[in-house]
Design a protein around this ligand. Structure first.
Ligand SMILES: [Zn+2]
Length: 305
C-alpha cells in the first residue's frame, strides 16, 4: 500500500459563487462527508495545506495580475469566474495544497497525494483569471517542484476542458511536459493536436482532442497505449495530475461519456506509467454523486495500484 496524503481544508468553502454556478462549495462538502463514511478515509494521511506566498504565485503569474487579485472586489473576474470575500484565501490555500504535497514528498513522508481543492486552476493564465480558475495550482506546483529538486515535471490533464493556462505556462519549456486529453471542439477552444510546443519546448506539449461521446474505449487506448511510452521517454522526476472529473457521463458540462470504470482505467494507466511521486489536484467535476464516486476510485488506485 502507498502512503497517500489527502489535502482538504474548510477554507476551500469560503470561495463562494452565485447560486447558478456549477463550481460550488457543495462539491467538496458532499465529497468529504461521503469519504468520511467510507473505509478509505482511515487509510489516508490527512494533511492541511500551507498558504502559498505571493512569491510562489509569481512563479507563474504576473505582478500586475497578482496586484489585481489582491485588490479585487466581490464580483466577476471574467464571464465565468467569480471572486467573493473568501476567494483570495481559498485560492492561496488551493495552491498551497500542491506546494505542501511537494514538501511532504521531498521529506519522504508520503508517496502520493490527492488535493481536494477549489477554486480549480488549469484555465488561469499568467495575466488573467479564466473558466472558474484564479491561480494555476498545477502550473505553480510544477515550478515549485523544480525549485525543490524535481527537475523534470510531467503534467497530465484529463479534465474534459483543455488546460490552456498550463499549456501556455510551459509552451517554450522542455523541462515541463504538458499532456492533455479534452473534449474538442469545446470550451475553451484551445488544445489542437498541432499545438506541440515552441522553440525549446517543441515536442513537449501533447494534446489529444477527443470527440463528444468518445467514452471509455477511446480513453482506455490513450491512457494504456499512448501515454506510458511518452512518459518513459521523458523520464520525469515527478508527475502532477490535473484531475477533472467532468469527463463523467453524468457531468452537466460535457458529453464525453466516461463511466466510473473508465475513470479507474485512466488512473491505473497514469500510475503504471512511472515509479515516481504523484500529486493529483482536483480541477472540474460538477455532478456531485459522480464526483464522489470518481474521487473514491482515484484514491483507491493511489493507495493500492
Ligand atoms: Zn473542466
Amino acid at each position: 500500500m502507498k502512503r497517500v496524503g489527502f489535502y482538504y481544508d474548510d477554507i476551500f468553502l469560503k470561495h463562494h459563487t452565485p447560486l447558478w454556478h456549477p463550481e460550488a462549495p457543495s462539491r467538496l462538502v458532499n465529497l468529504i462527508n461521503s469519504l468520511k463514511a467510507s473505509s478509505i478515509w482511515n487509510e489516508l494521511i490527512h494533511l492541511k495545506p500551507k498558504i502559498a506566498r505571493f512569491e510562489d504565485i509569481a512563479l507563474i503569474h504576473t505582478e500586475y495580475y497578482i496586484d489585481r487579485i489582491k485588490n479585487a472586489r466581490v464580483g466577476h473576474l471574467d464571464a465565468d469566474t467569480y471572486f467573493s470575500e473568501g476567494s483570495l484565501e481559498a485560492a492561496l490555500y488551493a495552491v498551497g495544497a500542491v506546494l505542501s504535497s511537494i514538501d511532504k514528498i521531498k521529506a519522504g513522508e508520503v508517496d502520493r497525494t490527492f488535493c481536494a481543492v477549489r477554486p480549480p486552476g488549469h484555465h488561469a493564465e499568467a495575466h488573467k483569471a479564466m473558466g472558474f480558475c484564479i491561480f494555476n495550482n498545477i502550473a505553480i506546483g510544477a515550478r515549485y517542484a523544480q525549485l525543490q529538486g524535481f527537475k523534470k515535471v510531467f503534467i497530465i490533464d484529463f479534465d474534459v476542458h483543455h488546460g490552456n493556462g498550463t499549456q501556455n505556462a510551459f509552451y517554450n519549456d522542455n523541462t515541463v511536459f504538458y499532456f492533455s486529453t479534452h473534449q474538442f471542439p469545446h470550451y475553451p477552444g484551445t488544445g489542437s493536436e498541432d499545438d506541440i510546443g515552441m522553440d525549446e519546448g517543441e515536442g513537449f506539449t501533447y494534446n489529444i482532442p477527443v470527440v463528444a461521446g468518445a467514452g471509455d474505449i477511446t480513453y482506455s487506448r490513450i491512457y494504456n497505449d499512448i501515454l506510458p511510452p511518452i512518459i518513459e521517454d521523458f523520464k520525469p522526476d515527478i508527475i502532477l495530475v490535473s484531475a477533472g472529473y467532468d469527463i463523467h457521463k453524468h457531468d452537466p458540462l460535457s458529453t464525453i461519456r466516461v463511466t466510473n470504470d473508465g475513470v479507474r482505467t485512466i488512473v491505473k494507466g497514469i500510475l503504471k506509467s512511472a515509479d515516481v511521486p504523484y500529486v493529483f489536484c482536483l480541477e472540474g467535476g460538477y455532478n456531485i454523486p459522480a464526483l464522489e464516486d470518481c474521487i473514491k476510485i482515484t484514491i483507491e488506485e493511489l493507495l493500492y495500484s
